[in-house]
Design a protein around this ligand. Structure first.
Ligand code: F6R
Length: 234
């Protein structure tokens, strides 16, 4: 695992955007694993700017997102589908049929999980997975646990995650308590991983670096991944 430090969130985000852009240039039909939340917003702004300047073409790009709230439809303004449409998909020429997130309102939850895992494999696996990190060390919505979950599943969110995410909802009671998420194994099978973290995550990044690989710190598993870089801004 490599760590690169930056003086600002803007510089770290630009560096992550460059990785994604060069990935698309070298393989136009790349499979990008994407994240939501506050952390990647500037990355997506950079991608949109590069697209507007004609520097990158999303025509053949495929995307798979890490997670989606259980029970929210893609039209809900706090769903991750909605977030992706607002921040990236509506602003570049990616084909809607090439963008994938779990369906938060799927009736058959087990089928939705296995279908999503199979879809990722069927389109060739993830070329680059973009990650943020939770204050508790979660990646995707894989919360601290006694074991590393392998595949796509529904996770019960920890109270600290519900509280952290409540900033975007009118009321904490509206925050879904569960979410579909790629498993740790799904993430680890990505060919390349880039994790962006700002200074508010310094304590957990310090733990990821200095602790043994341990499912109580889910991101610590990335030390076993052959091509992971943390982009950390001070
Ligand atoms: C989002 C995701 C989460 C976030 C994490 C950090 O798709 O999978 O792991 O990356 O909760 O969120 P922010 O960036 O809002 O601090």
């Amino acid at each position: 695992m490599k760590i690169i430090e930056f003086n600002s969130h803007k510089e770290a985000s630009e560096a992550c955007a460059k990785v994604l852009i060069s990935q698309i240039k070298s393989k136009p039909n790349s499979v990008l694993g994407l994240a939501t939340g506050s952390t990647p917003i500037v990355i997506y702004q950079n991608l949109v700017e590069a697209y507007n300047k004609g520097e990158v073409d999303f025509n053949e790009v495929r995307s798979v997102n890490l997670d989606e709230y259980y029970g929210l439809s893609g039209n809900h303004n706090q769903s991750y589908r909605y977030f992706m449409q607002e921040h990236l998909f509506n602003k570049v020429n990616i084909k809607p049929s090439n963008t994938h997130l779990p369906n938060g309102t799927a009736q058959d939850v087990r089928k939705e999980c296995s279908d999503y895992e199979n879809l990722i494999n069927d389109i060739g696996g993830i070329d680059v997975q973009l990650l943020g990190i939770g204050l508790n060390g979660h990646i995707g919505f894989n919360e601290p646990s006694d074991y590393f979950a392998d595949k796509v599943h529904v996770e019960d969110l920890q109270q600290s995650t519900i509280e952290a995410n409540s900033r975007l909802f009118d009321n904490i009671d509206e925050v879904p308590k569960r979410a579909f998420t790629m498993g740790i194994g799904t993430i680890m099978r990505a060919k390349k991983v880039i994790l962006l973290a700002d200074k508010n995550k310094i304590d957990i990044i310090d733990k990821v670096i200095n602790s043994e690989v341990n499912p109580q710190i889910p991101a610590s598993i990335l030390k076993f991944h052959p091509d992971t870089t943390i982009y950390f801004s001070r």
